[in-house]
Design a protein around this ligand. Structure first.
Ligand code: MN
Length: 262
């Protein structure tokens, strides 16, 4: 197949339903929960919208808004510069990362049963290798997505599932993160939870391994996604391009999958 045929065939498949487009994005809205840090640290802004005009005296023929949001609110992308371990890497911010990284295949690890039984569930190398036994090797440059169906697990009023001991949500352990980086050279790690690290990861060694190790290796994060239950274990192509924010450490984004038709 010629290079131009490949693209026109894809366009035809999108238009005619030969592939499914699956939105993995939550609506950015004022009540969308933000991560909350200990009080001595600066806090993330929620999404806030201010109406400028609505076909009225402020602008008779047009409707538009200003908005304010943290780089890390809602369904969003983490760039290597987000963590101190990635601060000196080349092309480490959302405005300088290679455009080729906006499109990549996904390996979706279904952890729903484990997370339903234990919200502090940790994804391990052994579980990733067991997934590979069934679905094949995680290819270099692929996203690894941990499917948890988190919306069905977490109380919507307590999205981080926090108690007096901090947040309780699943994530990979440090060994699994190292394996994904060194043994599989993944593009990054994605989740439906509020962060790529488990809720208790402040106490891990190293703390927040999915941030510290992934970003230190120039890898990315995606979090607060939805609809991972609609993805096949392999075979979906993820399109996720963060906003081109100057020196941006991350960005809300529209992320979606192109998946084979059912
Ligand atoms: Mn983030």
């Amino acid at each position: 197949m010629s290079k131009s045929t490949l693209i026109s065939e894809l366009a035809k498949a999108v238009a005619q339903g030969g592939v499914r487009i699956i939105d993995l994005t939550e609506t950015l809205r004022p009540d969308y929960p933000t991560i909350s840090l200990p009080p001595e640290f600066s806090q993330a802004s929620p999404f806030m919208q201010t109406e400028l005009s609505h076909y009225d005296e402020r602008g008779p023929a047009w409707y538009w808004n200003n908005f304010t949001v943290c780089e890390h609110t809602g369904t969003h992308f983490d760039a290597p510069i987000h963590w101190v371990t990635g601060k000196d890497l080349p092309n480490n911010s959302v405005d300088t990362m290679p455009c080729e990284h906006f499109i990549a295949p996904a390996c979706v690890i279904d952890c729903t049963n484990e997370v339903a039984a234990n919200p502090d569930f940790l994804l391990t190398q052994e579980l990733l290798e067991a997934w590979e036994e069934k679905h094949g090797r995680v290819p270099a440059g692929a996203w690894v997505f941990m499917r948890s169906d988190w919306r069905k697990v977490a109380d919507p009023e307590n999205y981080t599932n926090a108690d007096d001991n901090g947040a309780h949500s699943p994530g990979p352990d440090a060994n699994a993160v190292n394996w994904m980086i060194k043994e599989r050279d993944v593009l990054g790690f994605g989740t439906e939870c509020i962060g790529t690290d488990a809720g208790q990861a402040f106490a891990f060694d190293p703390p927040f391994p999915c941030h510290a190790l992934m970003h230190g290796a120039g890898k990315y994060g995606l979090q607060c996604m939805t609809n991972l239950d609609l993805l096949p274990p392999t075979g979906a192509l993820i399109v996720g391009a963060p906003l081109k924010l100057l020196n941006g450490s991350g960005s809300p984004l529209r992320v979606f999958a192109i998946a084979p038709a059912l």
